[in-house]
Design a protein around this ligand. Sequence first.
Ligand code: I22
Ligand code: ZN
Length: 195
Amino acid sequence: MLDHITNHFSDSIDAKIRAAEDLPPLIAQAAELMVHSLVNEGKILACGNGGCAAAAQHFTSELLNRFERERPSLPAISLTADTSTLTSIANDYSYNEVFSKQIRALGQPGDMLLAISTSGHSPNIIQAIQAAHDREMTVIALTGMDGGNCARLLHPEDVEIRVDNQVTARIQEVHLLTLHCICDLIDEFLFGNAE
Ligand SMILES: O=C(CO)[C@@H](O)[C@H](O)[C@H](O)[C@H](O)COP(=O)(O)O
Ligand SMILES: [Zn+2]
């Protein structure tokens, strides 16, 4: 049992070491795009399934409330939290449309979509990206594995942050770290050095 636990820790550390080599330029690019949107009256919509839904909510709460310093609230909406909306869209139409229908209603040109999928294959995330493009929004996709269909759908101005790993849990662990980096960079860009 202890070996099992130690393996989880060492696999997670390895995934993060690899990510620290591959991802910083992409994370910086994503944060810059989000800052550009926020200073131009844009907002960030976020979506994902399961653990990725939790990550989407984790991120939007840190923008709406705070990350590590006192600062004004920033506009972000998680599309995973309104159970009445989610259940009615899934019930009346399809689970594949639970995010895209919200994006078509709430998304404005210049807003950003944060789409999180470890496989890049979840149909509701694919449809969310398509809806965001239709609404002239830029997409930040947090993916893993081979990026799936999400990666193939992205436009040149979008950013894919792909974790080079095949294990969902490891990918999610790097996604969370990535989101914390983005929060820190947004605060730094918008509100200056904390020191
Ligand atoms: O958290 C986990 C597994 O670690 C699960 O809840 C996982 O997020 C769910 O199976 C999701 O439905 C996976 O979707 P995706 O990441 O492939 O888009
Ligand atoms: Zn998980």
